[in-house]
Design a protein around this ligand. Sequence first.
Ligand code: MRU
Length: 353
Amino acid sequence: MVTDKLPKAVVYKNGILSFLDQTKLPLKVIYEEQKTCGQIYDSIKMLKVRGAPAIGIAGAYGLVVSVKKYINEPVDNFITELKKTGEYLNSSRPTAVNLSWAINRIIKKAENSICNSSEELWLELEKEADNIYNEDKEICVNIGKYGAELIYDNFGILTHCNAGALAVSELGTALAPIYTALNQGKNFRVYADETRPLLQGARLTSYELQQAGADITLLCDNMAAYAMSKGLIDMVIVGCDRVAANGDTANKIGTMNVAVLADYFKIPFYVACPSSTFDNMTLTGKDIMIEQRDSHEVTHFGGVQTAPDNVKVLNPAFDVTPNELITGFITEYGIIKPPYIINLENILHKGRK
Ligand code: MRU
């Protein structure tokens, strides 16, 4: 199986939490143990661990590891500290809904628990973080299964940023259909946008697809129109960080450019995601908070300054693709087609059963 060769972003074993430091990939593969909430906050903020489902999983385990020091406190105090730590970790990155979703799930579990010792409660929360990981794994397998049905021999598939094994528990969202189709023996090409400014496409997507033995070609972001105009691309699959109730979708900056181009060239544009990324409390894309990052990420490249001192910079980490440019969502329940306002809500009800 090609998938046996994929890296894992978050590892929790025998009470020890480690993140694969993705800022060092592809040159160094280093797992860093995470011991305190300050360290976990920094790891998420600095993108050592990144990708919407992976930061949810990292947040859940991170919260559990961070509050272990309170297991000798009365349960009320333990829950107060749990909530404070959860709020702090949640403030590390604002756009991906998965982080607050996973942290709130751990807090809710604690609030609804009937345990009367903090030590026992902590073990319940550790189990809940394991559940989040294992459910995500299962979800990715199903996204892979449904998405692979859209992939045919000789296809060219373009992806943007990294929504692969490095961005989830295992396998990926946008890359799950690709890995599944490879396991099925299909023959096709994958193109990865490099994804400026932080190069998730170049450093991470091409790395993990290469590990899996895929036919992978790397492009600079501004080459997507060229590749489409030459007939190299038959479909686009991207991941996402938050989907509003009307289907507007936040994903890595540059995703909207690709969607506009795909529309022009009449190429199907799919978004792959777990249903937990659907946020029906956010009505449209205008209501999604977009993370703004340090200007240094734009003025420097590989540690070298590439722009004049004090130049003004825009550095939004995400953009929002309007729902009308999205052909469908590939989810663990199947492919969701428009009208999104109705069909996404139906999926959320399915998930709550
Ligand atoms: O800033 P990043 O690297 O966390 O951005 C990641 C993305 O935009 C991914 O496409 C998205 O989180 C989906 S990951 C399955």
